[in-house]
Ligand binder design. Sequence first.
Ligand code: M6R
Length: 603
Amino acid sequence: MCGIVGYAGQKNAQDILVDGLVRLEYRGYDSAGVAVIEDGTVSLARSVGKIAELRRQLAKGPLSGTTGIGHTRWATHGAPTWDNAHPHLDCQGKLALVHNGIIENHRLLREELVARGHIFHSETDSEVLVHLVEEQFRGDLAEAVRAAVRQAEGAFAIVAVHADVPEEIVGARLGSPLVAGVLPEAALLASDAPALLGHTRELCFLEDGDVIRLRPGSVELWGSDGKVKQVSFDTIPWDPLTAERGGYRHFMEKEIHEQPQAAADTLRDQLHSSEGLGFMEHELAELDQVVLLACGTSYHAGLVAEYLWEPLLGIPVRAEIASEFRYRCPYVGPKSLVVAISQSGETLDTLMAFREAKSRGARTVAVSNIVGSALVREADAALYTRAGLEIGVAASKTFTTQLVALLLLGLRLANARGRLSEEQLAAQLDELARAPGLISQALDTDKALQTLAQQYHGKSDCLYLARGLLYPLAMEGALKLKEISYIHAESYASGEMKHGPIALIDEKMPVVFLVSCCELYDKALGNMEEVRARRGDLIVLTDTDDPTVRKLSDNVIVLPKAPRPLVPIVYTVPLQLFAYHIARIRGTDVDQPRNLAKTVTVE
Ligand code: M6R
């Protein structure tokens, strides 16, 4: 979390830094700040709240100078106050530093630094870094950063500037992302590609332990062993215009409507890729289990894969919450296939769980939307979702493309394990090609869901119920509503309702029920009757316009019929639209909901 940027060039740094921060604001928005080198010293502007506030401040008192750094904060250590906002400065006001991550040994380091005479101005863990670099600085900023980060434990990405070397920015990465771009007239660093895409699409993704020094037209990189490393650049296909809202009210709305295209791009990419997974045939044949690791929405995609893959592959398949997996001594070994799912590819919980599995010898696949992300780099094989840039903090198109990518992966694994013939594979792939069209049809429910949102936006609670393959979608629907509208929402497997949650149901409780003719239809009808009998307010999403369902329900949304593996993709769309329109009507900050960050790089 937190977004960091650095710029050294010929233009006014302040404007470029603020523009970069705006593009990283999805990473955190508790406070923001920039520091620019001006006449042999560092000038600073910081503000509490969103970047708009920082902009207002800079309009009144602009900073000049062509080298600087910026930060947008998601608070961990210390409240979102002016003192705790980054950048942090050294005692002489010559060195400025921004940090994303957590310094786990900050208390001890702070005590030692205070004992050596350093004066601290914030409660943050980050401030120890600026004092450590200050102690080490003898004219070479990269050398000082390298020596300082050696003392720090935890996860971090930092960018520093020093008034004595005004043409350079220095960055370091351990566990939190950092990406660099170099042009003849400028050099840039940022947490994430969107901040740099307006300048260049040729980006260098730093690896853990890397330290980088950038000047306009020049780059030097050192690895964790301190030795000089070859710098390599990846080309990012995203168009900078993706970062504009177009005619939509929010990025999330735009991204929901981009799903047919995103699904088509993901399918095309995977189907036309000649690369296999890179595993030997016998390795796949001998697998004893598949474990899918992920968090949040990506975990829900993993759960869908669990339901679909287990019968397909004929071995145990389980989706695991990454933050739990690592600490419970899980059963995983050389015959396990571990699939880590993360749109950002940088979620620390997922990364750490993945490394735990890898250290036990598991074969690994990463499913990610980000080229060059940590997970992708560390996995034996990578599968990209081609959702393009997703700016709304709540995941939408990255989720549907994960579902598409996982469907494809499941089919390929089943084929490789001899459980699906070539003909069967071809037939399934033909079905899968219907995904973009079905998503478009599901988007036709938009008007109906707006009307529904008008009816329900005042509620304080909501239940989501479903069975089988749709149960993970009930979880996702509830998460979306919570995240962006702040309405309390819970999901249950509807067969589980009678074991407790049924006590919650009365005429005031909206119950979103997902039912499909492909999935335990009669059982689901029985569970709906149970809700009805307790006067619950039933909103049913269904793919059969069944009079029995209409009789039981207060509201019915009819979705297109899809082949069973595509049912979760179709049901995702109205769930997103329902949450979106409710949040919009309630006037919440849809794209940057309170307390959340797009990439969660703390455990
Ligand atoms: O980048 P990842 O897919 O690893 O992120 C995982 C979760 O943090 C993420 O899905 C989160 O739950 C979103 N806020 C969902 O909208």
